[in-house]
Write a protein that binds this ligand. Structure first.
Ligand SMILES: Cc1cc2nc3c(=O)[nH]c(=O)nc-3n(C[C@H](O)[C@H](O)[C@H](O)COP(=O)(O)OP(=O)(O)OC[C@H]3O[C@@H](n4cnc5c(N)ncnc54)[C@H](O)[C@@H]3O)c2cc1C
Length: 393
């Protein structure tokens, strides 16, 4: 049996081949409790559903970058996005869940009640039962933020990477900048003569009061070929990347958490990125750090409190094209950057060929405790169509 939220899991764990799939998509309600500053969210919601409902009140909880992703899978694996530097992992804002465990009992899990279960679902994935309600803490955000994409020729890669390193080393928590290298897509905002040529860009989101100061180093870089950084509603910012992830394409990703952007890493990353095989693929570095570094490594199963960045390679190709050049590019590039990893990786970015060692590495010191909670709530491993944590024996 599998459980399907938004259906975005890149390992395809929402579908049980030859088994039963519990499709939660009809449980899509969101209600906002303004007194408690909590959103109660159904497990069928997509990120855009939650942002739309909470932004009506100028509130938000940290969610991911593509509004069509499911809240359930993203949250249960940890969750991060533009607001993570301010408010931590998505699960740092998960106050409670209602969950049906393997014995058929409907339980509430929060910091007081079934606290071990609450700890485990804060990153441990769908291993512990079927979540039927999430409760998220909300924060004042927007409704306007300064954000968008700015891009230059990849001939300026050294200069842009240096500025990216500077910006991220001094960034206020209100600023999240992601770095992207790819072949320019045939998008209307990219001049036609650049289509298919290598570019380097930053995806910006600044949710504070002084964008001029925060973005000054970025603005100091001359000759962008596209500059879409502007004041826009937070909900629009949250769906800016939707068009870059159309349905029906094939994908293969590999990422690592990083403790810093060392010169060696940046050289290696940039060399690997320039070897990309398709204008649908990209290489990315996302800035994390900030609030997520403030808690102890066992505050929720997600751990990885030493992660300052997440970086990796995403190969994308049409279904009728051969997969091998793209998978090969991702794997070779990832092998080159692994030496710079914290040793941890993000469970929600694991693909079907990631093995148990890689799963163990994504939880590091929390893995054994997760197995113990699994043995208590799901000793027969009913919930195993996921990145599976086997019960402790
Ligand atoms: C285009 C794209 C962009 C992404 N961007 C981000 C990002 O910005 N930040 C980020 O953190 N992650 C991101 N991700 C990764 C994403 O968090 C994971 O792929 C996640 O698993 C998607 O959740 P889902 O509900 O859509 O997936 P599904 O495939 O529906 O579910 C994934 C798994 O979650 C579990 N699950 C789902 N619903 C329930 C439930 N109700 N109860 C118990 N278990 C359940 C099941 O084990 C299931 O196999 C992105 C993925 C994609 C494809």
């Amino acid at each position: 049996m599998s459980v399907k939220g938004g259906g975005h899991n890149i390992a395809g764990t929402a579908i049980a081949e030859g088994g039963i799939t519990l499709d939660m998509s009809h449980m899509g309600s969101v209600s906002v409790d303004l007194d408690r500053r909590i959103a109660k969210v159904g497990p069928g919601c997509l990120l855009g559903d939650v942002d739309a409902a909470t932004q009506e009140h100028g509130l938000a909880t940290p969610l991911g970058f593509v509004s069509e992703t499911g809240v359930a899978g993203l949250t249960l694996g940890g969750g991060w996005g533009y607001l993570t530097r301010r408010f931590g992992w998505t699960v740092d804002n998960l106050e409670a869940v209602e969950i049906v465990t393997a014995d058929g009992v409907v339980r509430t899990a929060n910091r007081q009640e079934n606290a071990d279960l609450h700890w485990a679902v804060r990153g441990g994935g769908g291993n512990f039962g079927v979540v039927t309600r999430f409760e998220f803490r909300l924060h004042e955000v927007g409704p306007l933020v300064t954000g968008g994409l700015i891009a230059w020729s990849a001939e300026k890669a050294d200069e842009v990477l240096e500025v990216y390193r500077d910006v991220t080393s001094t960034a206020p928590r209100e600023l999240t900048a992601a770095l992207i290298m790819r072949l320019a897509p045939p998008a209307p905002f990219i001049p036609e003569e650049w289509h298919g040529r290598p570019i380097i860009g930053m995806l910006i989101c600044y949710s504070g009061d002084d964008p001029g100061t925060a973005l000054a180093p970025v603005r100091s870089l001359d000759d962008p070929i596209a500059d879409l950084v502007d004041l826009r509603p937070y909900t629009v910012q949250q769906s800016l990347l939707d068009g870059t992830e159309p349905d029906g394409l094939h994908r293969y990703w590999k990422t690592e958490f990083l403790p810093e952007l060392s010169p060696g890493f940046l050289d290696t990353f940039s060399d690997a990125a320039l070897e990309v095989k398709s204008s649908l693929s990209d290489s990315v570095i996302f800035h994390l750090g900030g609030a997520l570094n403030e808690r102890s490594s066992d505050d929720g199963a997600i751990g990885n409190r030493d992660a300052q960045f997440i970086a990796g390679f995403s190969g994308t190709w049409p279904p009728d094209a051969p997969a091998e050049p793209h998978i090969d590019w991702v794997r070779r590039s990832w092998e080159r950057i692994r030496q710079y990893s914290t040793g941890g990786n993000y469970v929600n970015f694991q693909v079907a060929d990631d093995d148990t060692d890689r799963l163990r590495a994504s939880y590091r010191g929390n893995f054994q405790r997760l197995q113990e909670v699994k043995a208590k709530y799901d000793p027969e491993n009913l919930f195993r169509m996921n990145r599976n944590v086997s019960p402790a024996r």
